[in-house]
Each structure stands twice: as C-alpha cells, then as structure tokens.
Design a protein around this ligand. Sequence first.
Ligand code: SF4
Length: 473
Amino acid sequence: MPSPFAIHEHHEFLAASREALDSPNLQIALNRLGETLALGNRNAFERLPGSSLLRDKARAIKDETLAHLDRYIEQLEAAVTARGGHVYFATDGDDANEIVARIASERGITKIVKSKSMVTEEIHLNRHLEEHGIEVTETDFGEFIIQLAGERPSHLVGPALHKTAEEMAELLNRTVNANVTSDPHEMAQFARGLLRKKFAESQMGISGGNFLVAETGTLVIISNEGNARLTTSLPRVHVAVVGIEKLIPTLADLPIFLKVLARAATGQKMSIYASLITGPRKPGESDGPEEFHLVLLDNGRSRILGGPMRESLFCIRCGACLNVCPVYRKVGGHAYGGTYSGPIGAVITPLFDGLKENYHQPHASSLCGACQAACPVKIQIPELLIKNRVAQHEQHVAPRGEELIYRVWSRMMRSPKAYRLTTAIAGRVLGWFAADGWLSRLPGPLAGWTRSRDFPVPARKSFRDLWSEIGDD
Ligand code: SF4
C-alpha cells in the first residue's frame, strides 16, 4: 500500500531537503542527534567489553532465524495458540488492517489505545481504523504529538524528534487546550492525565513488537515509557502487529538483543521497560487482557527473504544508522518521503514500495559507511544501497537524462582514447570558468556541484602526460 505521504519524485525529495536545510528549528533538533543519541551509542559500545563479538552473535542469530523462518513461524504459532492466543497471517498491509478492524468490529470496539509501532505506520493502520469509525489514540508521547500534528514519525525511536519543545507546547495548547509551557515535565504531566483517561475507556490496545520468541510464543516490547505496558494489559483485548522478521528462536537469545538494542538506540545499558507477554491473562492472574491476538505481517518481507537484500531483514529498528548519517542529520526523516527514513529506510522503502517510485532513496547517501559502523547487527548498509542502485539501473527506472549520461560515461571509461580526449577537453573548458585556481560557479546542469562548494581547477597536465614525460627522461 503506497504511503499517503510518499514522495515519489526525485525533485520532490530535493525540494523537501532544501526546505529542511532552511528550517532553523529542524537543524537545531538534528544537530542535537550527534551530541545525544549518536554519542551515546558510541560511548555505550566502547564501554561494553566484547561488544563487537556480541554484535556478531546478534547478527548470527538473525541470520540463522531467517534461514529457517518457516520452521520458527510454525513453532511460534503453536506456542502462542497453546497459551490461549490467536495468530493471523497477513500477506500485506490491507490484509493486516482488515484483520485488526474485524477483531474490533466483531467485539463492538470503538476506542483503541496504541503504543509506538513502526509496522502499523507502515500499513497506515490508524487511518484504516478511523475510516471504520474507531477512535485511535497514540500513547507514546512523541507519537501522541505527531498524531495531534497530523504528521508521521521522522525517526525510528524519536517520532517527534523534528519538533522543538516550544512547538510541542504550542501544539498541545492549540489542539487539546493544554495550557502548558515548554517545560518537558509539565507537558508530560498533562499528557499523562489525558492519556490515563484514554487507557481507562479503551476496549482494545494495539502494539507492535521488538521480538517474538518462537520457543515460548512470547512477544517482547522494549520501551522507555510505561505506556506500552498499559496498552497491552489494561484494555480487554490486546492485538500485536509484528513483521515476520522479528522472530528469534529462544528466550536465551533475548539478552543479547536487549544489550545491543538499548545501547544502539539511546546509549542506555538497558531500556526502562522490557515487557515479555506470553498469551492473555490466565485464570488466577490479576493483570493482562482477556484476549491476545498476534498479526504476523509479511508485506513483501518473504520476497526479500530469498533475494540479495535479505540482510536488510536483520534490522532491529534501533535508529542508530539515522543518528550518524550525514544526510539524515541534515535533511531529517520527512524529506525521505516514506515510513522508514535514513540509511535503512533508503534500503527497505524501495523494496517495499517500489524501486521506481522511490528512485531517490538509495541515492540519498554518501556511502561513507558510518551507518554500518553504528549498526548493532552489522548490516552492510552501503553495499545494500549500491545493490538497490544496480537493481534500479537494471530495471531502467532512472530518469532518462541520467541514464544517457551514465551510458556515455561508461563508453568513455571503457576506451582509453575517448577517456584521454574527453578529460583533456573537459580540463580546458573548465579552466575558462576558474578564478584563482578554483571553480566556484559552473554553468547549466553542472551548477549543483558548485552551489555549496568550490572545486580546484583540473591540472593542466594529466597524470598520464606527466608519467610519459618522466618516462621520456
Ligand atoms: S539498520 Fe542497523 S542501525 Fe539501522 S535501524 Fe536497523 S539495526 Fe539499527
């Protein structure tokens, strides 16, 4: 299902990026990323003895699970069912949305609370439920803010990261008569009071899930706010929507992921809450929902599973690659145009929503490798971005002018004679635009190269010329 927010044109991405660069508030928020989350990640891993081996181990577990995913899904289904839960398989977003709406309508449910879940953003679940006349309230503070603003998350773990405290206070005062200042404590107190009422009156709670343990049928939710626990335990019905790639084989595997996820996401040793939910409330238990429903979402994942981009499914959505990416840190999440932004978004969005429709995504990268270095499961993101670019080339989805330029370039690079001639001509021509040895304004389509930086003038003599002169001595 295409995102209602999707930016499908390359020029729209460029326009959104320029707008982001011109926004002082956004630039302040993005600059803070480097000083907080990115620094926290680096320090946390440096202080953890054997962290590289731990990350290798996490990667190996993901690899092994995906290699036998069919078996683990069967095991998970049996375990969830044995503990009184219900499992559904959704092939795509429409399917998953229908399943959740049906569960709600069959029980006459009209009010739902939700905890933060990127997968439900991916399938636009809120919009679907609201079309069925159901009120949905986001209960993570950042998600609550962007729901009020009618926006989408700009970051995997900090959905409202693009907003300043002043903007949040203004939004709360305007939309829900909060009468608060930009003091975070004051805003949190207000949201807590309002959301408590929503928790109390909602008949269903919807969550995502960070991990699914095949062995025990356990849903694992990691969070720093208590809202996920209230969402999954207070309402009568709990529905979890989780991508099939979130499985891990056993409970013994979980601590490895708990260690790397918190450090990668926020630099914490451990997140505040790690909720392990195994089925609905049992007789004699005082907490928990009467019903537990688990919707396993495919939505293109099994297609990726058997192909060259399989490694992208190792992702545990920690957001670390966003925090260190020089592109994300300048343009923010919204410019990318999909549900998932930053380096991993540039890998998976074209896979989910189309290489042509998201042409700009794999190109929104300097391929510097900072993402890979920060990734807790060592996903080779630059390599995957290049694979996406190759696939785009093979499918001829690049803008026509670009295809032509690269075709000519490729011809030239394959012929030493043509290469020599072209570089000699280009060197001369570029020399006309130089001043004091620098090119600061190139004409026509080349203007973009010098809009924000100068280039040194090409040397009058090429290396080849110099080499042959030395050879002559
Ligand atoms: S690709 Fe790696 S760093 Fe980026 S969100 Fe996924 S797990 Fe985290």
